[in-house]
Design a protein. Structure first.
Length: 211
């Protein structure tokens, strides 16, 4: 069974007061919700089991999403008895995540081909494959390049580009582990982490909703 985990336990504080009524993954996007779009995209890429790790408004989320029948996949809701942080919910799934799995944040909208990501990651000798995307920040002023007392170049209002985490990961877990995903994510400098090649990165179009 191809399994994906959606981390959907956040409070969505920056989207309040909207998230005082509706959890962030269920906020509407047109006639769908963020989570509708995610689950259908996962199904399209061959995933047949989606685990939703949740805490905040878990009853509401489970009542809306159900068992996945309307999506054509199996949906399991894993509830945190208390907030466990970003990757803490995986500790509750240690007995179920015994094969490589996809993990993504519950506020991600992306055109990434998840099947292509999984195929790419299976060829890489890494515990964790991290999807990244390029974030562009406009700069309001002209940038000056100088050598000593002389200005050598002026770049008018350049864009600053930074490679950032896209909130999507592929964990190479094989067999039960104490905390799948968590130990690898704790040390982002680990040489066992792989960010993907340039071609794969260019295909990522990830947009995290504020919150």
């Amino acid at each position: 069974m191809n399994t994906a985990v959606i981390l959907a336990g956040g409070l969505g504080t920056r989207l309040q007061p909207l998230t005082n009524i509706v959890p962030k993954p269920l906020l509407p996007i047109g006639q769908s919700t963020v989570m509708d779009i995610q689950i259908l995209a996962l199904k399209k890429s061959g995933f047949d089991h989606v685990i939703i790790a949740t805490n905040y408004m878990a009853d509401y989320l489970e009542s809306v999403i159900g068992d996945g029948q309307r999506y054509g996949v199996k949906v399991t809701v894993s509830r945190e008895p208390e907030r466990l942080g970003t990757c803490g919910p995986l500790s509750l799934l240690r007995d179920r995540l015994v094969e490589p799995f996809l993990m993504m944040n519950g506020d991600i909208l992306t055109s990434l081909d998840f099947a292509q990501l999984m195929a790419f990651a299976s060829q890489v000798k890494a515990d964790l494959t991290v999807v990244t995307t390029e974030f562009t920040t406009p700069f309001r002023f002209g940038r000056v390049v100088s050598e000593g007392h002389f200005i050598t170049a002026i770049e008018e209002k350049p864009d600053f580009k930074t490679e950032i985490l896209a909130g999507i990961y592929r964990d190479e877990t094989r067999g039960p582990r104490a905390d799948p995903g968590r130990d690898v994510l704790r040390d982002r400098r680990s040489d066992q982490m792989h960010a993907g090649d340039e071609e794969t990165d260019r295909e990522v179009r990830a947009q995290g909703l504020l919150g």
